[in-house]
Every structure is written in C-alpha cells, then in structure tokens.
Design a binder for this molecule. Sequence first.
Ligand code: 1Q0
Length: 216
Amino acid sequence: LKNCKQHDFQIGKMVEAFHLCVTEKKDILLEEYLIAWRQLIKFMDALGTVFTFISSETMTKVNILQGYLNGEHGKHYRTVTSMVKYELENEVVNFKELPPNRVPSGCRTLLRMHRALKFLEYFLYNLGMSAGQDKTSQMCADAYHKTLSHHHSWFIRQVAEVAFLALPPLEDMYKVVCVSNHKEAKTVLLTTVDAIVKVYNITQKVYTKHGMLDLP
Ligand code: 1Q0
C-alpha cells in the first residue's frame, strides 16, 4: 500500500473537481466530473492489484465519456443537461439493450458512475463517522449492499465481496488520503460527502425527469 507521498491521489483535488463541476445553473460540467473520477481511480490503484479490475472498469467508463467530449459532437457533451438533450433528440440514449460492438451512450455510461457515487457517499460517510474500531471492509460492504449492489449481477457482486476483504485498515486508509488522525479524517471525508451529494442530487433530478434511471 502506498502512502500519501508515493502516489498521486489527492483527495483535495477530487473534492475541488466535484465542487467545480457544479455550475451556477445547477448543471454538471462533464470535464470536471471526469477529473474527480480520475482521482478516484488513482485512489483505487494505490490500494493494490485486487482493485485493478474495478479501476480499469471505471476507467473504461471515464474514457467513453471523454471520447464523446473530444468527439465531433463534443460541444453537446459539455454538461449533463446538454448531453441528455442531445442524446434524446438524436435517439442515441439506448433505452433498449445495446446492440453489440457499439459504444454505449453517454447517458447510459454516466448512469453507472452516478450510481457508484451513491455508494461512495455511504462509504465515505461510514469512514468519516467511524470511531476507529470498525473494519473498513465491513463499512465498505455495508455501503455497497445498501446501494450499488442492487444494480450489479451476481458475478460482479462476488468480485466486489473479494475486493472488500483486501481493503486496508482505517489507519492505512488515512495515510492514503494524507490525514494523520481521526478528527482530520472526519473533516475531509464529510466535506467530500457533501460535495458528492450535491453532484448526485443534480444528476438524479435530470435522470428522473427523463425517465432514465433504468437504462440497460
Ligand atoms: C476503495 C474501495 C473500492 C470498493 C469498490 C466497491 C465497488 C464494487 C464494484 C465492483 C465491480 C465493478 C466492476 C464492474 C462493474 C460493472 O458491471 C458496472 C456496471 O457497468 P455495465 O457496463 O456492466 O452495466 N460498473 C459500475 O458499476 C461502475 C462503477 C464501478 C465502481 C466504482 C467504485 C468507486 C469507488 C471508489 C472508492 C474510492 C474511495 C476513495 C476515497 C477514500 C478516502 C479514504
């Protein structure tokens, strides 16, 4: 496990990006959103090889969205609202099962990440509120069972359960986020949760409005 000087995950950068991605009109800037996610991927990579499968799957999602942003219709992918509008108008949302060999839609891809944010919110909250005796693997499993697991297949759930067991103890997690004690950790983690909740709620509203919470 790498400590905070040996890897370049910075929780501050992640929180900042989750803050900056929210616009005044309560929309989400995709570019900043992806910056936050790249930090999360770095964090998973710092935890070791057990998490490689999860982090590379997450990277695939980030790359799909970045691909749309850099693509010929990139200007329509600047924010979540503009992406949804564009994909709806052009009927590329994939409301039905995606034909093979096609790049999944932006809406469908973002939905996966959006669901994962709810998990992250619970997990980081648990970590922040922990008095120190709790096991990280248990806190992570609890968060997962309340949230993301409902959207995962049996196979993926088994993969997740194995990964949880490989989570380092709380003090080591603190080192990865560069905090030295529980009080500091609590502040950092609850600030992060706050930023994530804001982003989550905005996305949730847009997706609810367009009946997009169950895209296959
Ligand atoms: C560090 C702890 C990591 C624990 C991860 C728990 C989540 C388990 C996820 C398990 C498997 C993911 C592999 C594949 C999933 C896909 O099937 C699924 C759906 O996509 P699709 O195309 O098949 O329909 N994909 C997803 O759900 C995408 C999201 C994956 C999970 C992202 C988890 C992000 C969590 C990061 C934790 C970092 C904590 C950082 C801060 C720590 C501060 C102390």
